[in-house]
Design a protein around this ligand. Structure first.
Ligand code: FO1
Length: 316
């Protein structure tokens, strides 16, 4: 029986920030976060789930505040030793973070579902919100570039987002089973709002929406679905969103993000810097709402989260 009143869709550092804000104002069991798995990849024989871990570390206060990912104060012995041994060292794995990948990989190999592992690890780290991978099946974001198709981490970390992007596809999404807990939350009477966090739409949210049953459940759900713009004043707050939009020939603006989500959303939250775009967003049949969307402090995150829930309530 679902107790969630809010379902957030999140990936990456920006999404985790708003999820943290929501966790500060919602009673423990009322927040559920459907988290992206398209960034997951195999490295040194380990299954690494960056968006799940970024969310878990952020919600548990363990995240490195400078990067937003990995564990604060984590050791570098593993990486330093890798380099001494001439092993590949383009993807940084902290000593403590390594334990996460080792235990998760061991449990996946014994056929434990990713969702069970994630729930158990969240509990061990004192997280009360429901952290729900979008699926227990493999979905892998492939970034189509002028250098060819690149798995997400090779594009994002190894190539430092340099290659020119021409498109995306989400391997496995068509046949992936949506996390049944997410589906039941979307159809439960308790639900009051769905919040698409200010993540990169192409590499953090679309891999979730590419899972057919999940997208359909979102379309069918009877509560307001709102999205928060990851673009403020024509710039991405973090990561390659703006660069990707330019390379795709899409105007880098909050309006273009609202258009991207189109018929899926009832409301769109944009920063005061983009207030002038509100009428054009309303013309899309999407209710605009102005709220400070740059999340520096915990207070910023909490205030934006409260604004989102109040806005969703006003649309109900
Ligand atoms: N991002 C980087 O730019 N460089 C890294 O070496 C790196 C390592 C890493 C390790 C664990 C983890 O959970 C995330 C990590 N990230 C790193 C971030 C990650 O690549 C991105 O946050 C997402 O996958 C894209 O949103």
């Amino acid at each position: 029986m679902s107790t969630a009143t809010c379902l957030a869709l999140s990936g990456g550092v920006g999404g985790a920030k708003l999820a943290l804000g929501l966790s500060q104002i919602l009673p423990a069991d009322e927040l559920a976060i459907c988290v992206n798995i398209g960034d997951d990849f195999e490295h040194f024989g380990l299954t690494i789930c960056p968006d799940i871990d970024t969310l878990i570390y952020t919600l548990s206060g363990l995240a490195n505040p400078e990067t937003g990912w990995g564990r604060v104060g984590d050791g570098t012995q593993f990486m330093e030793t890798l380099k001494c041994l001439g092993a590949e060292s383009w993807f940084h794995l902290g000593d403590g973070d390594l334990a996460m990948h080792v235990t998760r990989t061991q449990r996946l190999r014994s056929n434990e579902p990713l969702s069970n592992i994630t729930a158990d690890i969240s509990t061990h780290l004192g997280i009360k919100a429901h952290v729900l991978p979008a699926s227990d099946d493999h979905v892998r974001t492939i970034v189509e570039t002028t250098l060819g198709d690149l798995p997400l981490q090779q594009y994002f970390v190894q190539k430092k987002c340099a290659p020119e992007v021409t498109g995306f596809h989400y391997m496995g999404a068509d046949n992936a089973q949506a996390n049944p807990d997410v589906l039941s939350i979307l159809s439960a009477q308790t639900l009051r709002a769905v919040v698409i966090c200010p993540s990169n739409p192409y590499i953090s949210i679309d891999p979730i929406l590419a899972i057919p049953a999940l997208r359909q459940a979102l379309i069918n759900c009877s509560v307001p679905v709102i999205a928060v713009s990851p673009i403020v004043g024509g710039n991405a707050l973090k990561g390659p969103t703006a660069k990707m939009m330019c390379e795709l020939g899409i105007r880098v603006s909050a309006l273009a993000i609202a258009e991207h989500y189109g018929g899926l959303i009832d409301g769109f939250v944009l920063d005061p810097a983009d207030e002038a775009l509100a009428p054009a967003i309303a013309d899309l049949g999407i209710s605009p709402h102005i709220a400070p969307a740059v999340m520096g402090s915990l207070r910023d995150k909490t205030l934006l989260a409260q604004a989102c829930l109040n806005f969703a309530r006003s649309l109900h």
